[in-house]
Ligand binder design. Structure first.
Ligand SMILES: C[S@@+](CC[C@H](N)C(=O)[O-])C[C@H]1O[C@@H](n2cnc3c(N)ncnc32)[C@H](O)[C@@H]1O
Length: 266
């Protein structure tokens, strides 16, 4: 196992995204905590609307949150939902039912099975930090894009949710929580533009601060129990109980910067 679970290919495939349960619980606990910051899917769809009309490829689409926003905002003639997880693609397919031109494609984003110059717009949100070599994926994006085609990549800051690391360490649940590498270490808010620039012309870099308020220990536990950064041999109920006994019953405020890089094919 590598030190960073987001870079452990077997864990990413078989543990984190083998079914929709874990990501749904994590996303829903975070969404309940959110107090500020625009919804990324809406921001991405607005940015993508300035691209060429044609095939849109949503890389690492997961459950299809961004893909649905792209379908609704752009109505592209062909919209490809691309991911390596069969379970998440099945969920995305269900959410995209009723939209025309949708294709589901399973594969690894390091080698995308599409012809050169065949795509007008690519999006890749919150997924390239699963690659130990994200520049390879950017090269694939550049290869697939048509002349004038647009790439939108999105990631988070390396220090995202730092206050959660601190409370987990302070409560003695996982004393090393603050010293582990960031889950986003290979592709984060402050190296993303440089990596994209290896193969594409960067046009815009946008940083949005997102703020979160976890109401109590149960709310914190619902999120951290699904976060692979921590080594917590307890279920959410026990995590909440231990937090209440050590650091109290919350609330807890934290932040994450979400960064969008818009780039064009050279
Ligand atoms: C956090 S989810 C992001 C989902 C979606 N883009 C969103 O914004 O809601 C990360 C996704 O990346 C996918 N992924 C991870 N490694 C991949 C790879 N090598 N090739 C294709 N997809 C990958 C996972 O299966 C998962 O669906």
């Amino acid at each position: 196992m590598t030190a960073n679970p987001f870079l452990d290919a077997a864990r990413v495939r078989h543990d984190l995204y083998a079914d929709a349960g874990r990501i749904t619980q994590r996303t829903s606990a975070l969404a309940r905590a959110k107090t500020a910051g625009p919804h990324p899917a809406a921001v991405i769809a607005d940015l993508a609307a300035s691209g060429l009309h044609g095939t849109v490829l949503d890389i690492g689409c997961g459950r299809g949150t961004t893909t649905v926003a792209l379908a609704e905002r752009l109505s592209p003639p062909r919209l490809i939902a691309f991911d390596q997880s069969a379970a998440l693609l099945a969920e995305a397919e269900g959410r995209l039912a009723g939209h025309t031109g949708v294709e589901i494609m399973r594969g690894d984003f390091h080698a995308i099975a599409l012809p050169n110059s065949s795509v007008a717009v690519t999006t890749a949100a919150f997924c390239l930090y699963h690659s130990p070599r994200p520049a390879t994926v950017i090269a694939e994006i550049a290869r697939c894009l048509a002349p004038g085609g647009l790439s939108i990549t999105v990631t988070k800051s390396a220090d995202s949710y730092r206050a959660l690391d601190e409370v987990i360490a302070a409560g003695g649940l996982d004393p090393e929580a603050t010293s582990r590498p960031s889950l986003y270490e290979t592709f984060h808010s402050h190296n993303q533009a440089d990596i994209v620039a290896t193969c594409l012309d960067v046009q815009q870099v946008i940083h949005h601060e997102h703020r979160f308020r976890f109401t109590d220990a149960d709310h914190i536990a619902a999120y951290v129990a699904t976060n692979p950064k921590y080594q917590l041999p307890y279920d959410a109920i026990e995590i909440a109980q231990r937090l209440r006994e050590t650091v109290g019953d919350g609330p807890l405020e934290t932040t994450s910067t979400v960064t969008y890089v818009v780039a064009a094919r050279r």
